[in-house]
Structure formats: C-alpha cells, structure tokens
Design a protein around this ligand. Structure first.
Ligand SMILES: Cc1cc2nc3c(=O)[nH]c(=O)nc-3n(C[C@H](O)[C@H](O)[C@H](O)COP(=O)(O)OP(=O)(O)OC[C@H]3O[C@@H](n4cnc5c(N)ncnc54)[C@H](O)[C@@H]3O)c2cc1C
Length: 289
C-alpha cells in the first residue's frame, strides 16, 4: 500500500491550491492529490463564472471579507507570476429604480468600509463604461476581475508535479478507515495510507458518502443555496448579484451564464428548462431570450 504524509481528495481549485501551498511550506513532504474524474477542475471550478470577486458584499471586518480581498490579491499575484490570462476589468453595480438607490448607497458604504476604492457614478458615467446599460445611478468596483480558473488549476498541477507531488486522476475515494496512527483511503485504484487526509471534494458532491465514511449522519443542509428572490430564475443570492449577471469572461465574450440558469432551475425543480431559459426576471430585468 502506498503511504503519504498528506492525501488531498479533490482536484478542483481548493484541492490543488491546498496541495501546492503545503508543498510550498514543506517542500520534501510526500503528498498526493486524488481526483475521481479523468481531468482536473471539471466540476464547480471548471464551470463557474470566472469572476475574481472584490468582496464588496461581505460584512466589513468579517473573515469572508478579509479572505476574499486577500484571495483577490494573491490570485492576481499568482496569475502575474505564472503568465495566466486575467483582467482587472472592474464591475459596475446599478440601480434601475428609485427604491434601489438607498440599497445601492448602503452597498457603497459597505465597499468603503471593506477598504475598496468604490466610486459613485451618475447614469451618464455608467453609460460611458457600459453603453447598453440603462439605469438611474451606479457604483464602480475597480478590483473585480475575470480569470480562467481552469488555467490556474493547470498551472497548479504543473507546479505540484515539479515539486514531487503525486497526481492521481481517475481515482475515486470510496471509503475511509482510521486507526490511532494513520488513515487509509479506499479508492477505485487501491488503498492509500496517509498521516493527514484533506477533504476538498467539493460542496455538493457525494455529501452522503463522505458523511457516512466518517460515521456521521448525512446532513445536506450545507449543500443548498439560499434563495432570496424565489420568483427569479437567475441564481439570485441577493438583488445585487442578480442584477449583475451579464458579464464578460477572459475570452472577452459577453454571456448570460446559461450554466448557472440550468443549475438554478434544477435547484428549484423546474423540469422544463426551455421555459426557464425563455423567461425574464422581473427583479433584475435580465432575460436570456
Ligand atoms: C454557478 C456558480 C458560479 C460560480 N462563480 C464563481 C466565480 O465567478 N468566482 C469565484 O471565485 N467562485 C465562483 N463560484 C464558486 C467556486 O466555483 C467554488 O467555490 C469552487 O470552484 C469550489 O472549488 P472546489 O475545489 O471546492 O470544488 P470542485 O471544483 O467541485 O472540486 C471538487 C473535486 O472533487 C472531486 N471529487 C468529488 N468526490 C470525489 C471522490 N469521492 N473522490 C475523488 N475526487 C472527488 C470532484 O470530481 C471535483 O473535481 C461559483 C459557483 C457556482 C456554483
């Protein structure tokens, strides 16, 4: 049986960056990353919106806010050091009705309290930046960017391999045994022993299996997304995110995130996806049709 000091389960951005960080701190450590798919970053990481978030929405002083800003800075640093395409294009958040103006004012204050260089914009100034947007006013968040997360993962895989980390694709973790000195992972390609197992197998995937492996009762409450605007078919964590769904990706294409839509429609139990895709959100006035 192969033995490692660390085994990281999951080859998305969290697993790969965890393994890379461990190797940075402990270069001679024996570490393996196991991924059940035949390619890296094919789940959430490979299908997300490619946004380098600024942290504007988070409560000032909270850990989320600190980590988001620090993550934004460090990811840009990583991309610059490794020649990965990214762009700090900024983001514009707009109010389209009178009632949204005070909410946008609060968000502006939150941005300042989070240490972001947010700027108030008149409707005319918004149009100069985004000619197709019609609104009453807006705010600009300069530190939001776009990045190719799959390219980031590919680079991490290369760096982990260069430093002697083992990379196992097509290796599904199916069970776990623990004794006082080590843990043994049962995988589709045999058993692996490890001093430390770091579970980065994603948020939704295999929650029951993972919980059961650790002898716990499955609890899926952490796998659901909050829905503030149940009538909106677009991934609406909150009104502001809802109104910002039209965005560019690194390949400089505008898109309206159909993958988010499909995922969200499934979450709501909409089986007729064509109807959802043809619909229009009355809250944010974005439609895919
Ligand atoms: C619709 C959507 C849009 C998003 N947009 C953004 C955005 O623009 N910017 C941003 O920063 N974040 C965004 N996020 C969040 C971000 O994508 C996730 O936080 C991030 O990708 C999570 O990475 P991960 O490595 O935990 O998960 P994943 O990328 O899902 O990786 C988990 C890996 O574990 C593997 N795995 C699972 N079970 C096993 C097993 N038993 N054995 C071995 N391997 C296993 C999976 O195959 C998978 O590759 C978005 C999320 C969603 C859902």
């Amino acid at each position: 049986m192969q033995k490692f000091e660390y085994v990281v389960v999951g080859g998305g951005i969290v697993g790969l960056s965890t393994a890379w960080t461990i190797l940075e701190k402990k270069p001679s450590t024996r570490i393996a990353v196991v991924e059940k798919e035949e390619r890296w970053a094919v789940h959430q990481t490979g299908r997300n919106s490619g946004v380098l978030h600024s942290g504007i929405y988070y409560k000032p002083g909270s850990l989320k806010s600190q980590l988001c800003r620090e993550g934004n800075r460090r990811l840009q640093e990583f991309c610059n050091a490794n020649g990965i395409r990214h762009e700090t294009c900024g983001k514009v958040i707009v109010a389209t009705t009178e009632s949204e103006l005070p909410l946008m004012g609060n968000l502006y204050q939150r941005g300042l309290a989070n240490g972001l260089a947010v700027k108030k914009l008149s409707a005319g100034a918004v149009t100069e930046i985004e000619p197709h947007v019609s609104c009453l006013a807006g705010i600009q968040v300069p530190s939001t960017g776009i990045v190719d997360f799959v390219a980031v993962c590919q680079k991490l895989v290369e760096l982990i391999g260069d430093r002697g980390g083992e990379l196992h694709l097509g290796t599904e973790v199916r069970g776990l045994r623990c004794d006082s000195t080590e843990a043994v992972l049962e995988t589709s390609k045999g058993a692996m022993a490890a001093g430390w197992i770091i579970n980065c197998a994603g948020r939704v995937l295999r929650t029951e299996t993972r919980a059961a492996s650790f002898g716990q009762k499955p609890d899926l409450s952490g796998a659901r997304s909050p829905v503030s605007f149940p009538g909106c078919p677009f991934y609406p964590h909150d009104r502001w995110q809802c109104s910002c769904r039209a965005k560019r990706r690194t390949e400089s294409q505008a898109r309206r995130i159909p993958s988010d839509l499909i995922r969200f429609a499934r979450l709501l139990g909409h089986h007729d996806l064509r109807r959802v895709l043809a619909s229009r959100c009355e809250t944010c006035r974005i439609g895919t049709g």
